[in-house]
Each structure stands twice: as structure tokens, then as C-alpha cells.
Design a protein around this ligand. Structure first.
Ligand code: XMP
Length: 524
């Protein structure tokens, strides 16, 4: 059965992925395409609806991204957001010009609840605005259905043609009832039934993998991160022992992580597969000896991974497929689907081993957003601690130890990091139990790093000359920008006390307040 599809046409806005994610949260499958996508391709895809994203341009300027009028005449419902809304009006005969007042941030908006877009939305609600142009006159056939103090056309509709324009950003959570609006569009305008569910995804993928792989052999580099773990679980359910997972323990993992991965996927775990753990710790430490330059460290760790993996692959022999944990943001960001993509770079793809003998790559998760990958992981019975793991860089603790890496330093940073995460998790859990909601300071990523600074301290009556640990915790939506999280001082104090008492070799603890930019999240 063909699944329902809504497409997002990307005009270069920063929230394009968010739009698609919100639509999928409504259980409707959604894909992102460039605004340059040919109209015939769109027709072929036969979407139930089309959403035009925001973008940084002025639609009335020469050379600005645009689309032909035909897009609005196919009988497929269209929703324009921000730039997309202006473009729709511009193309269909309305007027867009520079606004006398630039609106930015949370804004009160009055909506007409008899519009299907605002069904069950409060008449007066809050939206997220970010625009310098505005629609000064709607196109023929359109009615205004929302306004703000500074924006006469905050939304407009042409009911008979199923065309809708919203000046603000319903996809951003600051638009309090935004999800409701998007849900109204996909259900009540496009007539979707909501057939995008993760249990069905798992079932369909298992079938698809079996069909594709036949009785072939599949090789997967399992890192213990969320994506490769979920992929291992999915492949195991589909093809069992035809799958071999190679897990390289480079000795730069978080405390206990190597054993945890082995517990889940190894012989005593619940997944049927061939599991190979390579204990390459010593080999990595040797390669990294005396290396202090961050990029050199990254390179060595990356290259060594490929060498180790190749060696194991040679032992295994020829395979038919190499499985990769590519997910949808990787696809969009490498410019295959979207528009804004090309600007961003990402460091998820570490390069392919040169000498692995395989015929084809399979990427069963390539349609999924991260939160969907996690849901699939839970469906497949992976433990929560694995599914909700924080992002962890490929080079691991190697880039959280400033300066040269040694086994001793790895031990220090592992122990400090473990204590830090334990205390933050405990405080977060207590807050949730007491207040019934997540702590406002709850970071999206938090970890300890080891500085290469040693300083004098006193412990008991003894002079110490030990290392300083730096604690990092950030709040971020997309990891492209981040703020330091306001972890309660008492929690930080407990962490500091525990680290200094329990981790030998540390006599000082710092908390990193730096935002990104100018800092990065990791230290190297
Ligand atoms: P930065 O340090 O660039 O980190 O602000 C942004 C996010 O990316 C993660 N990160 C990496 N992830 N391989 C990865 O898979 C890497 O080499 C890498 N470096 C940074 C980092 O943990 C943060 O979530």
C-alpha cells in the first residue's frame, strides 16, 4: 500500500527540517525537496499536500527563489509559511513589500477560528514571527484569517482552492498552538489519515530488508551510538545471523559503554546476530601517544577505525551488503533533498573503508529523523539508556582530553564524566517527580572533559599537583548554536565534591559557560 506523503519545498529557511518533523509528529510522512524540484516530479510523487518553507530572500527581488503558478493550480493543497506565504501571494497577484515594522519573536496573534487552519485554536494565541517583508494585499480569492498588531495579514486562505498562507512559523514551539495548525492542514485540508507510525515502519522495513538481502551477508560497523544500535537491532530482527556487527572498542568510549554494547548485542544478548568485539584500546593509545593537535587526533582516530574495521572485514571475507546508519538529516544536509542544506557541513560521515569487499550499501534508516530512530529502537526492544543516549562524537573521549591522550587520562575523564552524568540525571529525575515536568535547565548534552592544566591544591594536609576537569552542559535545538545550561549550583557543587573525592588525579573542577558560537560544544 502506498503511504501518504506531504512534501516540504525548501526555500532556504532555517526551520525546513523542523516543518517536516512536526508533520511527521502528526503521523503523516513528509519529505523535504528543493524549490527547484520539477513540477512533473512533484506530480509523480502525488503528495496529499505541499508546504512551502520560509527563506532569507525577498520574493519580489530579481533572482529570488520562486515557483511557477502551476504549483497552485494542480488541485493539491498548498500551505505557505513565512517566505512561502509571501511567495504564494506574490505569484498569485497579491502584494508583498518591505514592512514598516520588522516583527521578530513571540507575538500575540488574533485568528479566525472558523478557518479550517485554526479549528480548535484559541482566538488569541501566541506565534513566532521572523520577517522584514509583509503581505500588504492578499491575492484575489484570498481572505485574511489572522492578524497581529503590526501585521495585517498574519494568515490568509483561499478555501475553494485549498491554498493557505501563514506569515509566522507554526513549526517552532514558541508558536503555542502551531502543531494544531499543522495538524489541521494535513488532516482537515489535505485529508490525510495519519498512516505514518513507527510500528508499521518496523514491520515494513523488516519485509523490505528481507526482500533486498535475500540470503546475502550484511556487515555493519556498530559504534554503540543510537543510529548504529537501532540499525543492528532492525537488521537482526530481519535477517538474524546473516548480519555481522563489528564493534571496535577504541578505548575512548564512556565508562562501561563497551561492556554495555556487548551485553545488548553480544552472545548473551537478545539479538540474533554475529557480534565481533575488537579490543583495540592499546593500539589506539599507541597511535595517539604524544599527539596534541586536535585535528591530527581526529584524523588518527578516524583512520585507525577504518584500518581496524578493514582487518576484521578481511577475516569475515566477502559480504553482499555494507549497512550504514545514515538518517534523514544526513540526507538533507548533504544536499540531496533540501536547499539550505548545502550551507551546513556535518561530521557524521567518517568515510568508507577502502578495502571492504561488498557489493552494495544499504541504509534502512535513511528516511527517519532522530526522534523516529529512537522510537524504532524502543519498538525493537532496545534498552532506554541506549536509545536515549546523548550525542557522542566519533573520536570519542579523544577530543575531550585536551592535549595528548593516555590510558590514565581516559580513566580520569571516564570517571569524572560518569559522576557528572549520574548527578545531573538524578537531579533532573527529582525535579520531574516534584514538578511533573522536565527541569527548565535540563541540558541536551552534558559531559566532562579533561583540561591539560595542572594546578596546586591541598588535600588532607598534603600538597597536590593535579588536573582540572571541565564540566560542559548545553541547551540546544540543532547543535549548530548552543547556550550553556543553568545547572543548579547545588548540583554542580555535589559533582565537584564527588569528582575531587572519588577521581584520583583531579583537584579542581571548572564549569564552562561558553555559548556556541563563539565556542563549540566539544573542546577540540
Ligand atoms: P561541536 O563541537 O562541533 O559539536 O559544536 C556539535 C555536535 O556534534 C558532535 N560532534 C561530533 N559528532 N563526529 C560526530 O559524530 C564528530 O567528529 C563530532 N564532533 C562533534 C558534538 O558532540 C555535538 O553534539
Amino acid at each position: 500500500m502506498e503511504k501518504e506523503l506531504v512534501i516540504v519545498l525548501d526555500f532556504g529557511g532555517q526551520y525546513n527540517q523542523l516543518v517536516a518533523r512536526r508533520v511527521r509528529e502528526c503521523n503523516v510522512y513528509c519529505e523535504i525537496y528543493s524549490y527547484k524540484t520539477d513540477i512533473n516530479k512533484i506530480k509523480e510523487m502525488n503528495p496529499k499536500g505541499i508546504i512551502l518553507t520560509g527563506g532569507p530572500n525577498s520574493c519580489y527581488e530579481e533572482g529570488a527563489p520562486t515557483y511557477s503558478k502551476e504549483l497552485f493550480e494542480m488541485g493539491i493543497p498548498v500551505l505557505g509559511l513565512c517566505y512561502g506565504a509571501q511567495l504564494m501571494q506574490h505569484v498569485l497577484g497579491g502584494k508583498v513589500e518591505k514592512a514598516p515594522v520588522r516583527e521578530y519573536g513571540k507575538t500575540d496573534v488574533h485568528v479566525n477560528t472558523s478557518s479550517v487552519l485554526f479549528k480548535d485554536v484559541s482566538e488569541d494565541t501566541v506565534c513566532w514571527m521572523s520577517h522584514f517583508d509583509y503581505i500588504s494585499k492578499v491575492a484575489p480569492g484570498f481572505d485574511i484569517c489572522a492578524t497581529t498588531a503590526d501585521c495585517p495579514v498574519a494568515a490568509a486562505e483561499n478555501k475553494s482552492q485549498n491554498l493557505y498562507a501563514i506569515q509566522f512559523h507554526p513549526e517552532v514551539l514558541h508558536t503555542v498552538e502551531g502543531t494544531k495548525m499543522l495538524s489541521n492542514f494535513v488532516y482537515n485540508v489535505c485529508g490525510c489519515s495519519g498512516d505514518w507510525r513507527m510500528d508499521a515502519f518496523v514491520e515494513n522495513q523488516i519485509k523490505a530488508i528481507r526482500e533486498k538481502v535475500g540470503d546475502g551477508k550484511v556487515l555493519l560497523a556498530l559504534s554503540g551510538g543510537v543510529d548504529s544500535s537501532v540499525l543492528a537491532a532492525l537488521l537482526s530482527r530481519a535477517i538474524g545471523k546473516q548480519l555481522t556487527c563489528v564493534f571496535v572498542d577504541h578505548g575512548l568510549l564512556r565508562k562501561n559503554e563497551g561492556d554495555e554494547v556487548e551485553q545488548v548485542f553480544g552472545n548473551s544478548g537478545t539479538f540474533d546476530l554475529n557480534f565481533v568485539r575488537v579490543n583495540a584500546q592499546e593500539r589506539y593509545y599507541k597511535k595517539l601517544e604524544g599527539v596534541t593537535e586536535p585535528e591530527s587526533k581526529r584524523k588518527i582516530i578516524g583512520e585507525e577505525f577504518i584500518r581496524v574495521f578493514e582487518e576484521e572485514a578481511k577475516k569475515i571475507g566477502a559480504v553482499d551488503f555494507l549497512a550504514q546508519g545514515t538518517i534523514y538529516p544526513d540526507v538533507v544536509e548533504s544536499g540531496l533533498g533540501g536547499e539550505s542544506a548545502v550551507i551546513k557541513s556535518h561530521h557524521n560521515v567518517g568515510g568508507l573503508p577502502d578495502y571492504v569487499d561488498f557489493k552494495e550499501i544499504i541504509e534502512p534508516l535513511r528516511d527517519l529523523f532522530k526522534d523516529e530512530v529512537r522510537k524504532v529502537g524502543l519498538e525493537l526492544g532496545l534498552p532506554e539508556y541506549l536509545v536515549f543516549r546523548q550525542p557522542f562524537p566519533g573520536p570519542g573521549l579523544g577530543i575531550r582530553i585536551i592535549g595528548d591522550v593516555t590510558a590514565e587520562k581516559v580513566r580520569i575523564v571516564q570517571d569524572a564524566d560518569f559522576i557528572y552524568r549520574e548527578e545531573v540525571d538524578k537531579a533532573a529525575k527529582e525535579y520531574k517527580e516534584e514538578h511533573g515536568k522536565e527541569a527548565p535547565w535540563m541540558p541536551n548534552q552534558y559531559f566532562a572533559a579533561l583540561t591539560n592544566m595542572r594546578s596546586v591544591g591541598v588535600m588532607g594536609d598534603e600538597r597536590t599537583y593535579d588536573y582540572a576537569v571541565a564540566l560542559r552542559a548545553v541547551k540546544t535545538i540543532d547543535f549548530m548554536t548552543a547556550e550553556s545550561a543553568e545547572i543548579p549550583f547545588a548540583v554542580l557543587q555535589t559533582v565537584m565534591n564527588r569528582i575531587i573525592n572519588e577521581v584520583k588525579g583531579v583537584n579542581r573542577v571548572f564549569y564552562d559557560l561558553t555559548s556556541k558560537p563563539p565556542g563549540t560544544i566539544e573542546f577540540e
